[in-house]
Design a protein around this ligand. Structure first.
Ligand code: SF4
Length: 489
């Protein structure tokens, strides 16, 4: 009998969701030895297999997820960094005496990871923040949750109003839906400093400075058709006054709003009640500088490379007594006092997520991620243990069900005082998944007059055809545009 030598194929296919933004598009991740590839998940009801460029680039992004361990700038083994994190937190806990400790996770974490972080924070007397505390603290959760099962609502809306949004740069899959809506005869309007990309889809573009958006919105509110659809962004730099005002217009006109969110599981950080600190990122950084916050646990944080003023964030971190960074990729900049604890790449972790349409979805990985790391750190602290993974999943499902049942209507909320960006010149970055992870692509945040002169020296600008007076839009870190600078005044 002859034996034929068979080729061994070692492909592992994992059902996954792209962590680029809270749309959480479905895709397959294919592991072939050290190689990572993607395949389209055509049956996924969220995106029917379609991905934006960030999703297509995921193999390159995941290849950079090296599991590095560091203590005070030195490479160490994993056991050593876990022990160092444990020692540092134990010593902080015994010295803290009323000083604040904070867990900050912007949302690149599963529901189970968020709940385990909350338990960990409780056990140490720390608080949690998702970077959306200025919404939670100012206007409660009411306007932040609304139940959309999918994006079909965009295609089927007769009247759509975009507020401070450039879907082509920020959420290309939403841009596609808007194109379809236009083909079906919808009327699409826009208010905000964005203009040039919108001309192909919008009938009315009210181009204005960022400071004027709220005023224009209030003027518009007198004439909004019933059953309109608003689309805007709800991220760490978004304006709570605008979010509250849109909610109130919806309540008065039986309209709806889709708040697009930046990070993978931002929706869940609200549904899980993760943010109990109630402050914005800017306020948190000020408190780190003034010594109100003395210990920080940062989880999957891009802030070292993407905060408005990276140097300021770095210095604020270096003032802390204790800094533990739990991360699946090595930041380009890491403060010298950080204990860096590695986490597996997002697609390798198991657990559940909630997308921006309120879908409760599962990841196909097989590792626990943060709960496992926290259990090991806890072992050195002898505090209450983190529950089993199954228990965390059960609790996240319960939190989700209670959220779905309690946050559907549009109740009138009080509009917080408007903190407009100051200054004659406003440097505006429009956030997208690349920017938010400090990667080589269009990058956008906002800067007022204080940082403006410095930014002019440091950054490169892409010429845009049409933006509001006094606003500079910049798309940084895209090497194709090196040397091109456009200043709009
Ligand atoms: S970044 Fe957002 S829109 Fe793009 S593929 Fe990922 S989840 Fe989908």
């Amino acid at each position: 009998m002859s034996h034929r030598c068979q080729e061994v194929i070692s492909l592992k296919v994992i059902d996954s969701h792209c962590p680029g933004c809270s749309i959480l598009c479905g895709l397959h991740i294919i592991e072939d030895g050290d190689e990572i590839d993607i395949d389209f998940q055509k049956y996924c009801p969220i995106n029917s297999g379609k991905l934006c460029k960030f999703g297509i680039d995921l193999p390159a992004i995941y290849k950079n997820c090296v599991e590095t361990c560091m203590v005070d700038g030195e490479l160490v083994c994993k056991d050593e960094c876990i022990s160092a994190a444990s020692r540092a937190l134990k010593s902080w806990s015994s010295r803290s005496k009323g000083k604040n400790g904070l867990v900050l996770c912007l949302g690149d974490a599963t529901n189970e990871e968020l709940l385990s972080l909350k338990d960990f924070a409780n056990a140490l007397g720390m608080k949690c923040s998702s970077g959306l505390g200025h919404f939670v603290g100012n206007i409660t959760n009411v306007p932040l949750f609304h139940d959309f099962t999918g994006f079909d609502i965009i295609e089927n809306s007769k009247n759509i109003i975009l507020i401070s949004l450039d879907p082509y740069y920020q959420y290309p899959l939403v841009a596609r839906k808007l194109q379809m809506a236009k083909e079906r005869g919808s009327c699409i309007s826009s208010i905000g400093p964005e203009g040039s990309h919108l001309e192909t889809i919008c009938e009315n573009i009210d181009l204005c400075r960022p400071n004027e958006v709220l005023k224009r919105l209030r003027e518009l509110s007198q004439h909004v058709d019933r059953f309109s659809l608003f689309i805007t962004q709800l991220g760490i730099y978004a304006d709570p006054s605008i979010v509250a005002e849109i909610n109130n217009i919806c309540s008065r006109t039986s309209s709806r709003v889709k708040y697009l969110k930046d990070y993978a599981n931002s929706e869940a950080s609200l549904a899980m009640g993760f943010d109990n600190y109630g402050k914005s990122i800017d306020e948190i950084v000020s408190e780190m500088e003034s010594g109100v916050i003395t210990a920080l646990i940062l989880v999957e944080s891009p802030l070292f490379d993407t905060y408005l003023d990276n140097d300021r964030f770095m210095k604020a971190c270096e003032k802390l007594d204790t800094l533990v960074v739990i991360q699946s990729s090595m930041p380009k900049n890491l403060p010298s006092n950080a204990v860096l604890v590695p986490l597996e790449a997002f697609y390798r972790r198991k657990g559940t997520l909630i997308n921006v349409c309120g879908r409760f979805i599962s990841m196909g990985g097989d590792l626990e991620g943060t709960p496992d790391v926290l259990r090991k750190i806890m072992a050195g602290l002898s505090s209450a243990p983190i529950g089993s993974f199954l228990d965390l999943t059960k609790r996240s499902r319960e939190a989700y069900d209670s959220w779905s049942a309690n946050n559907i209507g549009y109740e009138i909320v009080s509009v917080p005082e408007h903190n407009a960006l100051e200054g004659e010149n406003i440097h505006l970055y429009v956030t997208n998944p690349y920017l938010l992870r400090g990667m080589g692509h269009q990058l956008v945040k906002r800067v007022g007059d204080r940082l403006y002169p410095e930014m002019l020296k440091k950054e490169r600008y892409v010429v845009k055809q049409r933006v509001a007076d006094g606003v500079v839009l910049s798309y940084q870190r895209d090497r194709r545009f090196k040397g091109i600078m456009g200043l709009y005044e």
